[in-house]
Design a protein around this ligand. Sequence first.
Ligand code: DGL
Length: 262
Amino acid sequence: MRPIGVFDSGIGGLTVARAVADRMTGSPLLYFGDTAHLPYGEKSPVLIRHYASRISHHLRDQGCRAIVVACNSASSNALDAVRDAVGPDIPVVDVVQPVVAHLADRWPGGRIGVIGTRATIESGLYQRLMAAKGLEAMARATPLLASAIEEGFHQGAVSEALLEAYLGDGGFDDVDALVLGCTHYPLIADQIARHLPPHVHVVNSPDLVAEAVASLFPEEVKADAAAEHRFLVSDWTDSFALGARRFFGESIRLEASDLWRS
Ligand code: DGL
């Protein structure tokens, strides 16, 4: 079976790959983490589009039957570039639109917070899509969180201090829900929830994205045996290899890709 291509700036998108793998058990995934260029969250839209476009071409050339943009920064800045790269026959799922559709269903007319990288928040995409669905958006960039989580500083004093700095002013106390608009944040979802009043729902995107991917292939039934996945990174280091387990939830083997050397 042709794989589903999943890409991110690095290993954070493995939280999305995990949810897709759980939902589409018989479907092989081809994951690409652009570790040579992370963080996308601090890059310009032009550069993010350039990287995302080239990676999408590569995944299409590897035979992928769909592309999942498992990165909020790329979904917010480069979706049209990805669509142009793969053409009309390969469906593209991003991590923003399925979430906004869910918000509009669940909290019609609601006030919704979103946190993410600078590139994600400054693109204004969440804000525009929410406004188009009659939701009021409260967006804030929380740029240091992803790198702290990637370094393994999650569920501890460092992430606690960062959350206090980013959420401690009570700016999200009157929202209905807070969207975790970055692939790394599911790892600290519980900790984020503790910084919010109990009525604020924390919205994690991986399961919503997996549902959107599954809806593309309605005829596919759950398989008994798990499919074989491949995980490529554009720059292989020990720390990425170790970190991958945290994000995917089990040990996986990262392979070095030479995409940027060719
Ligand atoms: N994966 C990125 C995102 O969801 C976060 C890490 C980065 O800045 O590259 O926006």
